[in-house]
Design a protein around this ligand. Structure first.
Ligand SMILES: *Cc1c(COP(=O)(O)O)cnc(C)c1O
Length: 380
């Protein structure tokens, strides 16, 4: 399909091509200086001390669970309104996923009251997800976690560049996980970063990322070591130098691109208010500073979302849904027959995600909002 306005778009130019070519010419393809530089740059941008590049965010979430000692018999509280990977990472360890509800129409992030109601003596950790790049109520989440002795992991796949009270999203909990999938705010194709300010956890995550081996190919190539021990059951969740080169280049564009996302989100907000007052725009005036990853709206109660999406498609506009709630997927229904997630279910039915990417123009925003207003007008 040739969209007039796709849902998302990557910002690549000659810089990415040159960075990748330089790695290919060097013939050192994985676990080397380029990845170390990417991690250093990421650390500088987020202010998080230990940043470890991994295969993807899902691998990072899995490593986070393993590093925190989560396993069979444990429960981890997770928002149902997220990408399925947030919950899958818990299941990989044999632990049980306990789904929490979201705040409401204006705040689609996890509800701290809902978290509190789901804590049992088996609860080990909470995973929060900064939906669309908007901060969860981290003061409340951290307070609950401290009171009950729970770990906090941030699925920050939407949130790179976002902050709350001047502190980067991803740096509030014990571990943060970022994604560089092509539709995220920056991309390395596949790729992710797992982060922590805790030295012990960093050591563990580093080992687990690379087979549990105490020295790496790079150290041996450098002549720093010639053998190794294996001290943990690790994985191969490493990134490679080609992707890290993309990451270094993309990081340089992040601030500018996030600023453009912010401007476009504001334009959307203003025009939606003017033309389609029946549409609700969540997160207006939300706490913290968002990474503006996506543009979610809530359609009026009772409107047929599939029809709206089809009509926008006819005009060349790609839209999406964030998300079908995880607890309603067949696999998770088998696990969780009694999840009481009324707000998530009611809001997920009305959610529609409009295109948002830095290369969009203000005319694109106007075109989309006009098409949406027409569609809703003829629908009602
Ligand atoms: C994209 C995404 C992931 C998974 O990221 P990958 O890098 O593709 O593994 C996890 N959680 C959320 C909320 C995401 O949006």
């Amino acid at each position: 399909m040739n969209w007039r306005i796709p849902l998302a778009d990557v910002d690549f130019d000659g810089d990415e091509e040159e960075a990748v070519s330089a790695v290919l010419r060097s013939k050192w393809l994985t676990m080397g200086e380029v990845t170390q530089q990417f991690e250093k740059d990421f650390s500088k941008l987020t202010g998080i001390e230990h940043c470890m590049a991994v295969t993807n965010c899902t691998a990072g979430l899995h490593l986070a669970m393993v590093a925190l000692g989560v396993g069979a018999g444990d429960e981890v509280i997770v928002p149902s309104l997220s990408f399925v990977a947030t919950a899958n990472a818990v299941r990989y360890t044999g632990a049980k996923v306990v789904f929490a509800d979201i705040g409401g129409e204006t705040d689609l992030t996890i509800s701290s009251q809902s978290i509190e109601r789901r804590i049992t003596e088996r609860t080990r950790a909470i995973i929060v997800m900064h939906y669309a790049g908007y901060a969860c109520d981290m003061d409340a989440v951290i307070k609950i976690a401290r009171e009950h002795g729970l770990y906090v992991v941030e699925d920050a796949a939407h949130a790179l560049g976002g902050a709350l009270n001047g502190k980067s999203l991803g740096s509030w909990g014990d571990i943060g996980c970022f994604s560089f999938f092509p539709n995220k705010n920056m991309t390395t194709a596949e790729g992710g970063m797992v982060t922590t300010n805790d030295d012990e956890l960093a050591k563990k995550l580093g080992l687990l990322r690379s087979h549990g081996m105490t020295t790496l190919t790079w150290d041996r190539h450098q002549g720093h070591a010639w053998s190794y021990d294996v001290t943990e059951l690790g994985y191969n969740y490493r990134i490679d130098e080609i992707r890290s080169a993309l990451g270094i280049t993309q990081l340089k564009k992040l601030a500018r691109n996030n600023e453009r996302r912010r401007e476009l989100t504001e334009e959307y907000g203003r025009e939606l208010e003017e033309l389609t007052s029946s549409v609700l725009v969540p997160f207006r005036g939300h706490r913290g500073s968002s990474a503006h990853h996506i543009m979610p709206i809530l359609l009026p109660e009772g409107s047929d979302r599939a029809v709206v999406m089809d009509k926008l498609k006819e005009r060349g506009i790609q839209t999406s849904i964030h998300y079908p709630p995880i607890h309603l997927f067949s696999y998770y229904r088998r696990e969780n027959d009694s999840a009481n997630l009324k707000i998530t279910e009611a809001i997920a039915r009305r959610e529609l995600t409009l295109p948002l990417y830095p290369g969009m123009s203000s005319e694109d925003v106007s075109y989309i909002v006009n098409c949406l207003a027409e569609t809703l007008g003829s629908d009602q």
